[in-house]
Design a protein around this ligand. Sequence first.
Ligand SMILES: Nc1ncnc2c1ncn2[C@@H]1O[C@H](COP(=O)(O)OP(=O)(O)OP(=O)(O)O)[C@@H](O)[C@H]1O
Ligand SMILES: [Mg+2]
Length: 240
Amino acid sequence: MTSTPIISINHLGKSVRLGSDNLTILEGISLQVKAGETLALVGASGSGKSTLLGLLAGLDLPSSGEIRIQGHSLGELDEEGRARLRADHIGFVFQSFLLLPTLSALENVMLPAELRGEQDCEPRARELLAAVGLKERVDHLPPRLSGGEQQRVAIARAFMTRPSLLLADEPTGNLDSKTGETVIELLFDLNRRHGTTLVVVTHDLALAQRCQRQLTMAGGRLQDDAGVDARVQPSPASVR
Ligand SMILES: Nc1ncnc2c1ncn2[C@@H]1O[C@H](COP(=O)(O)OP(=O)(O)OP(=O)(O)O)[C@@H](O)[C@H]1O
Ligand SMILES: [Mg+2]
């Protein structure tokens, strides 16, 4: 473990033009996350959690401020550099899963490792799919899977490269409590065994409380470490 934080966010802002208005989605976000930490991001719907996660993955660019992942400033990397950083260090599970519809569950899970040129990815991919309870579904295409099944494929895929940073947006959102518990165990197992840093957006209190830190977002801002009860606050993004 190095002293450089795995995530360093400084005065991050994101706004988009909406007609003649400027919609502020994120404002004044500064945050440091140490390697191996587990962090839950909670907050009302629309408070900016997914937007922040997308920026952390380098899938979207901020309007102001800076994000460093393992010392690399995302703004100084080009598209290809960000893709490489993602491939080398980051696993992610997004709300919309982002599975490739024409690849089977197994092929989707193998893909990130294959893109890195790893050989013999299939046994591990099968193992991960079995671990999320999808042993019998490996050959299915995503459109033939239920929402919860697709979510579990996305989770297996995120684990495939044993990333140093895992970004997960509502990883238990579509799952029944038993399957959700399995996924939570897998997340923390990855953290324990490989020191994977977890940043998890969740409305699931049990999952949030298992994380070492809980941060609440409201109206595009990060609140102080205030526990997990601020989720009921209304937090519309401000139009100006
Ligand atoms: N590209 C965009 N253009 C306009 N508005 C956007 C864009 N992306 C996000 N927003 C708005 O920014 C706000 C934050 O969205 P975000 O998806 O980050 O919320 P969230 O906290 O993840 O919510 P949820 O819990 O419902 O998933 C919302 O009001 C959303 O409509
Ligand atoms: Mg969201």
